[in-house]
Design a protein around this ligand. Sequence first.
Ligand code: PLP
Length: 339
Amino acid sequence: MKEIDWSNLSFGYMKTDYNVRCYYRDGKWGELELCSEETLNIHMAATCLHYGQEAFEGLKAYRGKDGKIRIFRPEANAERLQSTCRGILMPELPTETFCEAVKKVVKANERFIPPYESGASLYIRPLLIGTGAQVGVHPAKEYLFVVFVTPVGPYFKGGFATNPYVIIRQFDRAAPLGTGTYKVGGNYAASLRANKMAHDAGYASEFYLDAKEKKYIDECGAANFFGIKDNTYITPLSTSILPSITNRSLMQLAEDMGLKVERRPIPEEELTTFEEAGACGTAAVISPIERIDDLENHKSYVIAKDGKPGPVSEKLYTKLRAIQYGDEPDPYGWVTVLD
Ligand SMILES: *Cc1c(COP(=O)(O)O)cnc(C)c1O
């Protein structure tokens, strides 16, 4: 095998040895299968190809200083996938099957888990698709669950740093009572144009306001938003944002650090009052926000006045990473250690 250059990994796809598959047929889930084939052979009338019966998840495995492999909160991803399945009428995969599949694929690809010192990790991508043929708009009768993995580099190559974001009003990611709370590919298709506009204009990502009134903060691209002020961690309450497991974990850690935690609608104007803000998700844990530009209204909300991440964000980031890599105790049982 060719040596992997752990220090130069990006967030891309690298072929690994195995993936794990599980088929749903005749009203029940089958056994987990270890597979070395990278492609899927599915019917051209599969509902995932026509009517968007597709759900995915994202989580990571980390190699600790002690050499042990840790997977962060797989049960939470299993539960979120079940919620997505209810949302688009797919059969729910039991939490135990999900976690077994994740452990199996990580173990089978152990040689792709980056060393502790690299700051890199193994990205785990579960997906569940409707494979049954259907031309009328109905849920499929057959489904396939797949989990594959790929090593990914540390998000911050040059160290923890801030980024600019831009409010996009021309496109919505999800409708107020749409599929925003579910992790479905359709939401990403809907976000591609806004994301491209933001990137073309030199921003890290697009920033969404609520689709109905365009008054409240929703999400930062494919990450949740939080703001810090007056010793309080504030994150939006909305019917169209994806419930981030990173955000949920940070809320707990913020509380443990003695911050108040508020989950409520955040009007755009409140952006002027935050001492710190960040985008959070599995990829970066926290991506601190430098500023948010509202081009249509000729406004720029500068959050990191000195351009640097704030102390609370840095503390939260360091703490969560330490739990994930096993450098600090795991008081909430978030981590599954592979045996
Ligand atoms: C996956 C995702 C997130 C982040 O969720 P985590 O569980 O923290 O990785 C946030 N927003 C959207 C739209 C997502 O798809």
